[in-house]
Design a protein around this ligand. Sequence first.
Ligand code: DON
Length: 608
Amino acid sequence: MSTARRGAAVAVLLLAGAVAAPVALAQAPAVLAPPENNVLLEGEQRFRPQWSARGQVAAQEPLASAAGAAILRQGGNAVDGAVATAFALAVTLPQAGNLGGGGFLLLWLPGPSPARGRGCLDGAPGVNPAAVPELAIGGGTAVAVNFRETAPAAATATLFLGPDGQVDRERATRSLLSTAVPGSVAGLALAQRCYGRLPLQVVMAPAIRLAAQGFPVSRELSDSLAAAAPRLQADPASRRLFLPPPPPGTRLRQGELAATLRRIAAEGEQGFYVGPVADALVAAMERGGGLITHGDLRAYRARLVRPLRREFRGHPVLTMPPPGGGLTLLQLLGILEPFDLAATGLNSAASLHPMAEAMNLAYRDRNALLGDPEQVPVPVERLLSPAHLDAMRRRIDRQRHTPAPALEAAAGREGLNTTHLSVADRQGGLVALTTTLNFPYGNGISVPGMGFLLNNEMDDFTARAGSANAFGLRQGAANAIAPGRRPLSSMAPTLVFRPDGRPWIATGSPGGSRIITTVLQVLLNRMVHGLNLASAAAAPRIHSQLWPDRIDLEQGVSPDTRRLLEAMGHSVRQAPAMGAANSVEVLDGGGSLGTVDPRRAEGPAVAE
Ligand code: DON
């Protein structure tokens, strides 16, 4: 079913020498250096990334990965491959891939920007052409695409409050009011137009084929549709598209979706934001009490933005600025940089304690201070300043957990709500793309006749200061609902570069509020603990987010570690699997390595 080929990893790197020596904190407890035999060659580790000479796609669903790899084979670059994969995921992974949602994309391409000649970086009203949002690094160009959904013009800060002043969770997650103006089509079309190499029609052809001709339903999709059936059942359009859940192995054909995709392929984003698709979406809103108007759709713009940058142990890390989750990720890397985590060891209590404490501190900033920088002042520079990071680090008691001011209701269980894909092309171009409908299948409501589901991203806003959203996040006024505003997100597609600036890793993850901590641990595992990419993605993870005041541990963290953490005052919970960090890495000697997170998916698809 998949074109995945598990080739041998040809590059064997001596990992001990791959990262700069960590600096020990003065007050750090004495620890034993890891014994020599703890340092394993890349090929000796428990998991193996897949190698390819000509680029590869690591996505959550193999048919979509194969669609992207086919486009790389046809001469597409990493952006073409990523856009092809994202449109294919809208067909084969309807719980997360989408036309009716949004996301973020980060890219690096070798050489001068291809966008300038295409009018993408000039001409936008109010944009100073001298302040183009790209970043030059490693002889190439990096940029981020913000295609997060926006609140409709009629949305108000109290949209989800009932007469009793409490948040109406049904309305915030299940109704058409929960839908923000979709951004995916605009974002993918913008990335393609400005940075792709092939025409949109070519890049979308595999997705159109998958929708029109159908594809064999996987067990995962069949099970996921069965689990969501009560929600999908409530909407006649979703019921017609997805129910009863097709058994594994049967073909799912989506003719309406194929027609919508054809329209987008022919007309670009105009095929979605005006014309019959927009008419059907707005009609559904009018019938069902939603807020999105033709004006909202016409006004929607995906944005090119400059990635956030900070060095970690000499490696430039580029990630998604607010409203994305990258600022929190960079804070965590900054707080943890001087800790000698390699010496205290992977998943030991001595390593996990400072990590969990750092997570709580970073989520405290996130929840209180972050929002959409186009509408609220976000003190990005201050929050990433050495003085602020030092102050956060000083608050970590090395022996004892600092309790959150109050305990809160448990965070919601994570589903397959979001999806991340990473692409490497044969020139070393990289893309990291995370996209979502928020919940699995969004709010469960489809646009009649158009074949796609709508997001419930409005729940990522602060419905009421201090009230937990679906991911247990208790956010503040900076993230209040306001017209045209983009809700704060945890999605953090990230690129890491070698110390000399050459591109190295593309990663990211789904997982709601656990996205940021998942990406953090993949990076620490690779850059500090010397795990290869596959082992770094597979290793058990932890998560803490201040409220609820506890550490979630995945299966595989030892009971001894758990007891030690409890003795330091942590409350600890055995948690379901977190995230799905599908990642790629460019090799020094050419070619790339890729891995799909074994929590979720089969192998990546290679281009040859
Ligand atoms: O943007 C966010 O942070 C959330 N809407 C993401 C939701 C998510 O990752 C759920 N995933 N598994």
